[in-house]
Design a protein around this ligand. Structure first.
Ligand code: CA
Length: 228
């Protein structure tokens, strides 16, 4: 079996070793990098399956690294931060990180998060044009949505929102992000109307008992979670 590769970006050697010990014990292959400004070139030379990214780094901050990586890669990123203020969490979500770990952390929690994020990212590797999340299937090319074999009729805005969120299950999107991402569908509204579209979308999913596929995250926004 191929080992999954984790790149740990952490400038404090003791913390980096702690990550490495626990992740290796769980069967991952781990490499360590102590500087932010070397991450992009390393990933381009030596791909990884997930990056554990410290926020405060010499050379380049974790935020800058994340922003840079997102210009060319969907690699799962878990941010590790000692700054617990809500604003930083939000900023990280805006940046496109997949999850967070707050310092001080328990190494077991790190392993659990790494596994969960990898599971999620595998679930989004889909065949053909179809995006699949449990019984829900969405085709961005034909703009069709099915639950099992039954078609679901969505408005263009509802379709746009579901498409954006289904591409990255588990990832939380702020209202602003959702607004920006569906603007391609002639969106002309304020962010409160995002709530209305989500409400209507959930109502349609509720017909199939799937309203829990879209959940709101208090103070942040919304996410799609693969229903059972
Ligand atoms: Ca640091």
């Amino acid at each position: 079996m191929n080992q999954e590769r984790i790149l740990v970006v952490e400038d404090e050697p003791k913390i980096a070793e702690l990550h490495q010990d626990y992740l290796e014990q769980s069967g991952f292959q781990v490499s360590i990098l102590g500087r932010g400004d070397e991450v992009v070139s390393r990933i381009q030379k030596e791909p990884a399956d997930l990056i554990l990214l410290d926020l405060m780094l010499p050379g380049k901050s974790g935020e800058e690294v994340c922003r840079k990586l997102r210009t060319f890669s969907n690699i799962p990123i878990i941010m590790v931060t000692a700054k617990t203020e809500e604003i930083d969490r939000l900023l990280g979500l805006e940046l496109g990180a997949d999850d967070y770990i707050c310092k001080p952390f328990s190494p077991r929690e790190v392993v659990a998060r790494v596994k969960a994020v990898l599971r999620r990212s595998r679930a989004t590797i889909n065949e053909g044009p179809w995006l699949t999340g449990g019984p829900i299937r969405l085709n961005p090319e034909t703009r069709e949505v099915f639950v099992e074999q039954q078609p679901v009729n969505l408005t263009p805005n509802e379709f746009g929102l579901l498409e954006v969120m289904m591409k990255r299950p588990g990832r939380v999107y702020s209202r602003d992000e959702l607004l920006n991402m569906v603007q391609g569908y002639d969106y002309a509204g304020y962010d409160r109307t995002i709530d209305t579209h989500i409400k209507n979308l959930r109502k349609k999913l509720q017909t199939f008992g799937l309203e829990a596929a879209i959940s709101s995250v208090y103070g942040v926004g919304y996410r799609f979670q693969i229903p059972n």
